[in-house]
Ligand binder design. Structure first.
Ligand code: AMP
Ligand code: TRP
Length: 353
């Protein structure tokens, strides 16, 4: 279990939420439909979200506006938006407990992002490592403006819902911390408006690494498909990818961060099995890497197979997905519109009557 201490609320919250909802702390998180979600997304984020919804009031969004900060094929983007929704549902996110919606269905996200842009500096945004990494790959003049302002849209996502806690993989920690700083800055200048959010990073599995290159994180936008496992991969492909995952030439199956490849595989095993390090090391005592990899592959297959059956059923029934997303958008819009109006008023905009 993740060690967890929620931040105290720094706002009065949104007025029309009923008492039952207000009693719970609020969680917001998102995933980009920019590729088929990977095992890294599942281990680092989605599997945790399903657990959190038992205790918190949760908002989970398929953040399509973030996805288009890099070039997307329109047909693919549409398909992956449905697929990502289906994966979230198959992973146990329950629309009766949580609000699940597509970011572009709630215009307040773009509108608050603009407001936050006007309150952010080039310096703040230039410091973001995700932007710096993207900028390093291309020339300064051709990098997309959307990539630069990506964190202000993310801050808007979080702040619209008075989220206290933002569960993310560790690559997103800096963005959540910026959202926190921007909320504090806005509150300081205009008076208490936003809850100051906190990132929630899981102890184990917050950064699942590439199977071929354990120095970089597993990513769905990678060029080579051997480094990642997609949630939709077949058992045969999963076996192949795990068996060919890079490890060193050691013999003992032990959690040692220096042995990056093996450590990464053990971390996946740990999260999916729910077992502790000692228990796992004992189980694999005197067993070789080959046997460990076989057992890991079967564990991944056992986790993903039932989800895949459900994903396929959802994908055959997109009107059902549309209905779930429409309900989510209705709930999200109601809350987000109020918060946007409150922020508009605070900065002195005359709001519509
Ligand atoms: P993205 O696919 O970038 O939209 O990420 C969605 C969520 O998955 C975010 O919370 C990320 O931090 C998390 N995530 C993405 N890749 C990984 C990974 N390799 N390991 C752990 N978490 C990840
Ligand atoms: N930027 C996040 C990622 O790449 C996705 C995201 C967008 C998000 N808005 C968010 C995550 C708000 C948490 C909260 O993974």
């Amino acid at each position: 279990m993740v060690a967890f201490a929620a931040a105290p609320s720094t706002s009065q919250g949104t007025p029309n939420l009923n008492k039952k909802i207000m009693a719970k702390e609020i969680i917001f998180s998102g995933i980009k439909p920019s590729g088929v979600p990977t095992l890294g997304n599942y281990v680092g984020a989605i599997s945790k979200w399903a657990e959190l919804q038992q205790k918190y009031r949760c908002f989970f969004s398929v953040v399509d506006l973030h996805a288009i900060t890099v070039s997307q094929d329109p047909k693919e983007l549409r398909y992956r938006t449905y697929l990502t929704t289906a994966i979230m549902l198959a992973a146990g996110i329950d629309p009766k407990k949580s609000v699940i919606f597509v970011q572009s269905h709630v215009p307040a996200h773009s509108e608050l992002a603009w407001l936050i842009n006007t309150q952010s500096t080039m310096g703040e945004l230039s410091r973001m490592t995700q932007f710096k990494d993207a900028a390093a790959k291309t020339s300064k003049t051709s990098i997309g403006a959307g990539l630069f302002t990506y964190p202000t849209l993310m801050a808007a996502d979080i702040l619209l819902y008075d989220a206290h806690v933002v569960p993310v993989g560790d690559d997103q920690k800096q963005h959540v911390e910026l959202a926190r700083d921007l909320a504090q800055k806005f509150n300081h200048r205009f008076g208490k408006t936003f809850v100051v959010p906190k990132p929630l990073i899981r102890d184990s599995g917050a950064r699942i690494m590439d199977l071929q290159n354990p120095d970089k994180k597993m990513s769905k936008s990678d060029d080579s498909d051997r480094g990642y496992i997609l949630i939709t991969d077949s058992p045969d492909i999963i076996r192949k990818k795990i068996m060919s995952a890079v490890t060193d030439s050691g013999r003992n199956i032990v959690f040692n961060k220096k042995h990056k490849g093996l450590y990464n595989l053990l971390t996946i095993y740990q999260v999916l099995s729910g077992q502790g390090e000692k228990q796992i090391e004992k189980h694999f005592l005197n067993k070789g890497y080959g046997q460990f990899k076989q057992e890991l592959a079967e564990l991944i297959i056992k986790t993903l197979s039932p989800m895949q059956t459900q994903i396929n059923a959802y994908m055959k029934n997109t009107p059902r997905l549309d209905k779930i997303l429409a309900q989510g958008a209705r709930q999200a819009n109601q809350i987000a519109d109020l918060k946007l109006k409150e922020a508009y008023k605070k900065v002195g905009l005359v709001t519509k009557r």
